[in-house]
Design a protein. Sequence first.
Length: 617
Amino acid sequence: MVAMQLYVVFILLSSLCQRLQGIELEELPDKDMHTGLLLQLLKRIRLERDYDTIVIYGREPCVFHALLPQLELPTVLLTQGSSWEDWSFSSESLLLICTSDAEQERNTRTLLKLQPARRLVYLELEKQPKEVCQAYFEREQVNVAMVDSVGNLYSCRCFEQENYVQLAVNLSSSYPKESTALMSLNSNIDVASESNSNYAFIYVEQFSNMRGSLIRSEPDLLGPRAFLYHNPSTGKYEIKGFVANLITMFAEHVNATVKLRDDIGLGQSIHYKNIVQRVKLNMLDIAATLSSTLDFKNYDHLSYPYIHSSFCFMIPVPARLDYKEIYTIIVHPLVTGVLIVLFFIFSLLLIYSQDLNWRRFSLINLLLNDRCIRGLLGHAFPMPAQPSRYLKGICMLICFASIMTTTMYESYLQSYFTHPPYEPMLRSFEDILNSRHRIAVEREEAKHWLLKNLSLTTSNAHRVHIVDNWQELIRLRESFNISFIYPTTELRWFSFNEQQKYFSEPVFYYSEDVCMKRFLLLSLPLRRHLPYRQLFEKHILTMQEFGFAKFWMDNSFNDMVRLKLTSLKDYSHPLMPEDQVYIKDLTRIFVFYLAAHLFACICFAIECCWAKIFGLK
């Protein structure tokens, strides 16, 4: 009886094991097929654009975890839906989302870095693709594709009437294995060809056609980088300038619309720091201004550097020298020393060449040799009746030296009288503090730049003119007020220099010797989570590569003149040249004349006392 019961139990267990084995054998092919087609899909995604890092959001069990051994790529597992550390990898990542709500990233740095990354979401049966795409669009994450357990593949699309499309790629075993997507892995289909109807991209550039969507911008109205004008053909206000043109051309390229403030035509301008603040508050997308990379800790709110510049001083051109100073500046101290040495050498040679001995040598003949002085000044002097060939040679040398010295001196004198030279330029901050000019600067810039880079003290602080209203500082600078020295960038100086070409003479010059920053990288302020940041930065590189940025810079001043935003008024006020020389202009000549006579008298007195002095010895 017991044996019979054991036999029945054995038969039941055997049949149960056989049934379970049959179930496993029936389900295993479907599971392997599902995994294989997922791998084929990931290969297809990699074919479109390579990736070298996998990020998986979600807990196990998840279909993507089973693919890790076959992928053989560095993988980051975020089971909590968010990362604790900032994302610092520079690799191209593919995000695999286990469920539609598995990604709950709260790390702002990681959220920014992974915003443009491609995402593949495993869609639950009860979830609709439209809802998932809308949720990701609200987070400004647009590169999203979805696959469900049935095998349907969806891809989110911005700016379409339906925010997603279903692609002809199926993972279920009930569909043919060679789907549209998988065919490209086994054939020589040209991936870059858009004319191939059998190929559909899973991830597309969402912002290549924004269909008139708005790009919120704000110009700082500081020419030549951004200025406002009224377009009579459209009746609207538009922006131009080498920064504004970058934004407007990008908007044309992606079929977008630049949106300005409604009251921008009322003449109310906003300080560029307030514009940057509005960008940080997500009130603007791209600001039509420039900010230095030194003002930010990172590039979260900055674009790729658009242009570089220096930040130096715009200094008034020094006044021209008085006529009375021209006589002395012609002869350089080194040249004067060389002429004195030549005079002594020629004097000694003349003394020795007369009798070929030193019997005629005396102090008066050395210091005040009449023939040598006349010869070097280009005047005639008497020659002995029968001069030796040595004396003739010395006189010939004096003649050539006199021709060179007098010709150069007279040419310099005539040139300087026609166009007097300028006073020495200011080459250091100490020169600026000792000059008659004051530094005009805005209060915020004085705190941020002037006090940090220049050694201001209580004794020289009065040399700085603080302006509270930044528009007043702009007005002073654009009126070329020579009472002040203005800090400005090299980019702004370019327009000032072009404007000065229409003056009678230059009024200011850009000093590269006195600078607060000799090299600055300037970028456009961007909204932190701008979804088309990469596309805009690519546009910046394109404009730089093809020379559009330089072209806009070179024509910025002409655009301002054409739009009547600046005038060609002459602010130089040149002084009329004097047509006569006054007695006061010859003061230095008279002083030199009296000094020479006094020196001659001293030498004569020494000569008279020469014998007595040596007699006492």
